[in-house]
Design a protein around this ligand. Structure first.
Ligand code: GLN
Length: 192
């Protein structure tokens, strides 16, 4: 059984743990370097990317996680987690850093502020229609042609990727953990 961690510094950790447990993974909340050592894959949840980035630095997890991703650890960043994995952050705080492991630029709150949050059906390649919950969601504005785009969404300004993968690194603009459809989590866990 795959052992899957959820980075548990801030954000919607519980919802991801429940979803992963539901698809049969052995789950662990990751707050320390020891806990990180023990996982086959890691979900980086939605929340506040500046806060999670700050806590990654103060906990000492940042360089360890950086090395693990480089060595092939499977990671899946949802919403704020996607921001943390992006090559470039638009509308970020001036000192905001990212792991730079997904070849794309992402705009924080690119779909609008809290009040503009919305739900929309998203077609995921190989899976079908899944509910997409977008909350202060980051918008992928530019991306490399090499990026594997598993789902697109058109919010009135053309198609933008909303679920992407580059090898061991996955990112998602929406919140698959906030629905009762577990197929996006299953897609990730099945690769571990
Ligand atoms: N806008 C948030 C940020 O910049 C992300 C929103 C979310 O994770 N729901 O961190």
């Amino acid at each position: 059984m795959a052992r899957v961690g959820v980075l548990a510094l801030q954000g919607d950790v519980r919802e991801h743990l429940a979803m992963l447990e539901g698809v049969g993974a052995d789950v662990v909340a990751v707050r320390s370097i020891d806990e990180l050592d023990d996982v086959d894959g890691l979900v980086m949840p939605g929340g506040e990317s500046t806060t999670i980035a700050y806590l990654l630095t103060t906990s000492g997890l940042r360089p360890v996680l950086e090395k693990k991703i480089e060595d092939g650890l499977a990671v899946f960043g949802t919403c704020a987690g996607l921001i943390l994995l992006a090559h470039e952050i638009l509308d970020g705080r001036s000192d905001q850093w990212s792991f730079d492991v997904l070849p794309l630029s992402v705009r924080r709150n690119g779909y609008g502020r809290q009040i503009a949050s919305f739900e929309s059906t998203v077609h995921v390649k190989g899976v079908g229609e899944v509910p997409g919950v977008f909350i202060r969601a980051p918008k992928i504005e530019t991306w490399s042609n090499d990026l594997d785009v598993l789902a697109w969404h058109d919010h009135g300004d053309g198609e933008h990727p909303v679920l992407v993968r580059q090898g061991n690194v996955w990112g998602c603009s929406f919140h698959p953990e906030l629905t009762d459809d577990d197929r996006v989590h299953r897609l990730f866990v099945d690769t571990l």
